[in-house]
Design a protein around this ligand. Sequence first.
Ligand SMILES: [Zn+2]
Length: 191
Amino acid sequence: MVTRSEPGYVWDFCGGQLAVDFTNTVGNRGAAPEEHFNTYGDIIAWAEARRVVGRAEAQRLRAGAERKPKAAREAWTLLVALRESLYEVIAAAAAGRSAPGADLARVNAEVTAACARAHLAPRRGRLVLAFDAPDGDSLSQPIDARERVRVCADDSCAWLFLDTTRNRTRRWCDMKICGNRNKVRRFRGQA
Ligand SMILES: [Zn+2]
């Protein structure tokens, strides 16, 4: 449970925001989904790579999961379910639809719990919403009203990202992957 299921997989943080990147841990969402959170260890590895937790905190979580494998399995199940609800809620918002009630309720339950630990804090000249983790570590994300969430234009991908381009013209989650793949497709279609 604590080890990584795919040690060679490189996490993609093209979403531009913590919750959005969290939803992008399933490959090919729109076609044949590939799960990258197969173990609790995968989630810790993702959180460490995304700098949600520091190295010491990640080690503490791994040690805790070694001691309590059942609790780790439950946490993994909950986090994967939360991720899927989060995807549904954000994708609905991106499409201008209303979110499915059960998904919204699950996300809101987590938001309520997180708000109990939230505060505004100045960080590098901006105000950020910070959450104190139980051990005092702080997770934070800048508040930026100009950001807009979108779904990747590649149907088989369906990843989410924040479009921060001035003209709101970004179409692909990751230009290097979906952008290039579709450029090739268009080229072949025209040939
Ligand atoms: Zn994509």
